[in-house]
Design a protein. Structure first.
Length: 235
C-alpha cells in the first residue's frame, strides 16, 4: 500500500513540470492573440494608410503575425508566430471563426532598413487560397499565389494583381505600413500551440472551417475588432 502511494506521489511530481510548461505555452498563445488584436485595431484606425476596406470585406480569411523580430533572421531565415481566422460557413458568409495558431517560416520578408520588429497581415481572398492555407504547409507563390496588397481607403481600380492573387500581404514596421511580397515563405498550422490553447489536438481546418471548438475568451477582442471593421462578406 505504501509503495503504491509513493508511486502515485512520484507520478504526480513528474507530471507537474509538464502541466506547468503547458500552462506557460497557453499564456504565450493568449499574449499572441492579444498582440494580433492590437495590430488589427491600430492598422484599421488609419483607413487612408491601411488595408482598403473593400478588400477586407472581400477577404475569406485574415492571417496576422504580430512582432516578427528582425533578430530571428539568423542561420537560414526567419520564424514568426501568429494566427488565422476565417469567416464561418461553407461560403464564408458567417461571422469570424475561432482563431487557429499559425507559423511563418523562411524566405525574405522584406524588412524595412533599421526595423526591429515587423507585423504582417495577410488577406486570403478566395476559397482556393483558404483551402491552401488549411493544408499542412503552404508555400506562398508556389502553392498559393501571393502579392503585395494595395494600401488606401479603397481600391477603386481592380488591378490584375488584386484580381488574380489568392493572398494579399502587408507589413508594418516603425509605423510604416505597406504592401510586401512574402513569396517563398511558408505558412503552416502551429499544432503544438493549438493544443496548448484548446486543450486537445486540433488541425487549423478543424478549428477555423469545421468549428469544432468555441473561440477562447482571449480572442473576444480580436473578433470584435474584425466584426466592427467588416461585419459582412462582400463578394
Amino acid at each position: 500500500m505504501k509503495k503504491n502511494i509513493l508511486l502515485l506521489v512520484l507520478m504526480a511530481a513528474c507530471a507537474l513540470p509538464v502541466l506547468a510548461d503547458e500552462k506557460k505555452e497557453e499564456m504565450k498563445d493568449t499574449e499572441r492573440i492579444e498582440a494580433a488584436a492590437n495590430v488589427m485595431k491600430e492598422i484599421l484606425a488609419t483607413p487612408d494608410k491601411g488595408i482598403p476596406k473593400d478588400l477586407l470585406n472581400k477577404a475569406d480569411c485574415v492571417v496576422i503575425y504580430p512582432s516578427v523580430k528582425k533578430a530571428a533572421f539568423i542561420v537560414g531565415g526567419s520564424y514568426g508566430r501568429g494566427l488565422v481566422t476565417c469567416r464561418r460557413g461553407a461560403a464564408f458568409t458567417g461571422s469570424w471563426s475561432a482563431p487557429a495558431m499559425f507559423a511563418l517560416e523562411g524566405g525574405s520578408f522584406g524588412f524595412q532598413i533599421g526595423a526591429q520588429e515587423t507585423d504582417f497581415v495577410l488577406l486570403v481572398m478566395n476559397e482556393s487560397g483558404a483551402n491552401s492555407i488549411m493544408s499542412s504547409k503552404v508555400k506562398l507563390g508556389a502553392d498559393a499565389s501571393a502579392a503585395a496588397g494595395p494600401v488606401g481607403r479603397d481600391t477603386s481600380a481592380e488591378t490584375d494583381v488584386v484580381m488574380k492573387a489568392e493572398i494579399l500581404s502587408y507589413s508594418r514596421a516603425q509605423g510604416l505600413f505597406a504592401g510586401v511580397s512574402l513569396e517563398g515563405s511558408t505558412m503552416r498550422s502551429d499544432d503544438g500551440a493549438n493544443k496548448a490553447l484548446y486543450g486537445k489536438e486540433l488541425s487549423a481546418k478543424e478549428i477555423v472551417r469545421e468549428g469544432k471548438v468555441k473561440a477562447p475568451a482571449s480572442a473576444a477582442r480580436l473578433l470584435a475588432v474584425l466584426t466592427r471593421a467588416s461585419p459582412k462578406h462582400v463578394k
